[in-house]
Write a protein that binds this ligand. Sequence first.
Ligand code: NAD
Length: 261
Amino acid sequence: MPQLGFGVWQVPDAEATPAVAEALKAGYRSIDTAAAYGNEAGTGAAIAQSGLDRDDVFVTTKLWNDDHGYDATKRAFDESLRKLGLDVLDLYLIHWPTPARDDYVDTWKAFVELQKEGRVRAVGVSNFQPEHLRRLIDETGVTPAVNQIELHPYFQQSELRAFHAEHGIQTEAWSPLGQGGELLSDPVVQKIALAHGKSAAQIVLRWHLQIGNVVIPKSVTPSRIQENIDVFDFELPQAEVELLSTLDRDGRIGPHPDELN
Ligand code: NAD
């Protein structure tokens, strides 16, 4: 999958079409949506209207918590593909483990079957903790290709990243810009940005790319959509990557995966 993609969380369905169209025009070739975002139809419309070959765009969507379980998963997958207007999906993720429901293993079995049937090219998860990943691997023998997790310089998830590296799971960072909050005005980020003549967002995205994360920054502002993909003409020296890594703190923004049901 492309290492940099475009996220559409909190973008209303009607606005998703122009936003995704802008992203595709700017050169993004990977789009991250979810059933829960309510914008699969608007996202799919932009892809259809783009004139790009289907094989040139990598599309990810996610199964919502209420649709966990073997049969419900199959139904929800059909509905997502219908809304997206696609025959085959590139990546399907279990959005949250919801451990209190204890049904993510059955859900995963349906994912594995959808992949075997050729209806989705790769299957993965989101917000899974090491113990949830371990259970999937132990009970089905199939390792998720990707785990999409909250990750940014204020919340670096070292333990999970090490687990991913050990098991060949690709780390994908959600809220890679820390949702555009305090992180982007952090003095360390600002200083490095000034030195490179780049924006704070571009510096944070470079940090992700250089430590091997897949990133899916979101914006609906055309200038920022372009800015966030314009990160392939410079490199941070290792010392600056390490300096950014010293910003790690308990900076989780979203819910803890064990607590969301
Ligand atoms: P993000 O870190 O991408 O930040 C987005 C916000 O940052 C924007 O709304 C804007 O306010 C600001 N911003 C964007 N570009 C900027 C720039 N160049 N300069 C200054 N400010 C800028 O946060 P996000 O939207 O939460 O995460 C990105 C994507 O990750 C989502 O759209 C979604 O696809 C995915 N996501 C997944 C989960 C999950 O549970 N799997 C949860 C949250 C988000």
